[in-house]
Design a protein around this ligand. Sequence first.
Ligand SMILES: O=P(O)(O)OC[C@H]1O[C@H](O)[C@H](O)[C@@H](O)[C@@H]1O
Length: 303
Amino acid sequence: MDTSYLSDLQKRFGLSGTVDFTERHGMPVVEVNNAQGSGVLALQGAQLLTWAPKDQAAVVWLSPQAKFACGKSARGGVPICWPWFGPHAEEAAFPAHGFARTAAWEVIEVATLEGGANRLGFRLLRNDADDLLWPHCTPLEVRYTFGAALEIELGTRSRSPNPLVLGEALHTYFGVGDVREVRVLGLDGVEYIDKVDGGRRKRQAGPVTVGGEVDRVYLGTGSTCLIEDLSLNRRIRIEKSGSRATVVWNPWEDKAAKLGDFEAGGHLKMLCVESANAADDAVVLGPGAEHRLWVRYSVEPLA
Ligand SMILES: O=P(O)(O)OC[C@H]1O[C@H](O)[C@H](O)[C@@H](O)[C@@H]1O
């Protein structure tokens, strides 16, 4: 790896001991360690890999078997799905979840905020191959704020003369003690597309629980979700704005084994609750418009 690139970043943006540009798994990353918590973010995909508030088990989970390679999204963290979610609507050969999660991003901001949180900003760098997949001028930026809570804001602007249909998700992998002892609150009564049952439309009754493969797109919901985790005795609070869909995903044992980047039993340690705009809830971005998808993750004890 070209380490002069990392030392240049460190000179321009680093805050020694608090925000450090370095290398992990052969990839350039930025490590954040402040009085309120710690996180690691890969510059590829501007993908947060892990985050833990001070003295807490990781809230953002990274698979111990994650593979780190150029052009591949690591299993875990917060992959940024953009400008479409899931398979492309017309082109089967286009990459699932778009190209932002594997693209190069440039650092645009590192700041210490009043109260001691750190904000890091990144801008997507486009290449010719991306332009073939998405021939539209839509600058994309993401900002992470590492405090006692984690905030992420994904901002898309359109300079296209035509309205565009934009799908997106912060595909967050949350760490749990044992997913079989987890309840997700906040989706009661919400209609969803059940991707493990041929895309049938169903309605949630009560909390979401996981005892097998789950892959659901909940529609028309801006609600806060709570992950109640009995075995870790904690509640993860997921607040959001600018998002009308919530995706809940756990591959369960067989699919996790096929994916090749989960350890045995790894599916029990994670649950994706993704703040998204997908399916019926994709965003229609008018000429000159800007769309912001914002989330805030915080943790509280259960009892
Ligand atoms: O394996 P990936 O491309 O990262 O996708 C992982 C998962 O992402 C989302 O949650 C989708 O709803 C799932 O259908 C998909 O399997």
